[in-house]
Write a protein that binds this ligand. Structure first.
Ligand code: B16
Ligand code: MG
Length: 216
């Protein structure tokens, strides 16, 4: 077996949008008279929008109607989008474009597999739309991470078996999704205690395609 495809998570792997999510979820917390901490925000990484609100409601103990939930989700996203719309290509993590180019030149297929329903808008702001063979976002599958649907659809779009793919992820939800889908994974970032990855790299400057190939 050999490495045929890389499936990249977006938020936290190609760029940092967690800070924008945090500002927006904090506002939601305020509406519920609940102080959402940065540590709790970490637990929302890779988790879909609706599922994130469900977690915040559980932590806060607040009980609200379905209509109020929808309203909060809408307003949270509007706020998040005002941050996203200020993003520029300078916010792509250092070394990503070089790694991705090298992977493509060596015949490896590349895709995005993100829980975010705003993934295409973010990729557009980063000027990366033409850099991938496929893009799968949170609006394209029934289940979000930690279920494997997003990554399995990405593998299918690339025409690769999941066992020939490598997921690069920063969240536990994403690592669990990869494992459930029978896909090997690399943990991206400096977080400790996350489970399921075959290797960890702290930045794209550390990414070594030859080492990734040896995982297969
Ligand atoms: P949206 P990823 C995830 O993206 C984020 O990590 C997570 O914090 C967010 O709640 C989720 O997307 C949904 O995002 O509200 O834009 O649809 O890490 O899977 O690229
Ligand atoms: Mg992520």
């Amino acid at each position: 077996m050999s490495l045929k495809a890389c499936i990249y998570d977006l938020d936290g792997v190609i760029t940092d949008t967690a800070k924008y999510h945090y500002e927006s979820w904090k506002w939601v917390g305020d509406q519920l008279e609940y102080n959402l901490t940065e540590k709790q925000n970490q637990k929302l990484k890779g988790v879909g929008r609706k599922e994130s609100l469900d977690k915040i409601l559980k932590w806060s103990g607040a009980r609200i109607s379905e209509a109020e939930k929808q309203n909060l989700l809408h307003k949270k996203n509007q706020m998040y989008l005002t941050y996203i719309d200020t993003m520029t290509p300078e916010e792509v993590f250092e070394g990503f474009k070089e790694f991705n180019q090298k992977a493509k030149e060596s015949g490896i297929k590349v895709a995005i597999g993100s829980s975010s329903r705003n993934a295409i808008r973010i990729i557009d702001k980063l000027d990366l739309v033409l850099d991938f063979h496929a893009i799968v976002d949170g609006g394209m599958t029934e289940n979000s991470k930690p279920e494997p649907d997003i990554f399995l659809l990405a593998a299918e779009k690339l025409g690769c078996d999941p066992s020939e793919c490598l997921v690069i992820e920063d969240s536990q939800a994403g690592l669990t999704a990869a494992k459930k889908g029978g896909i090997k994974s690399i943990l991206f970032g400096t977080d400790k205690g996350l489970k399921g990855a075959q290797m960890q790299i702290s930045s794209w400057l550390e990414a070594d395609l030859e080492k990734f190939k040896k995982l297969f």
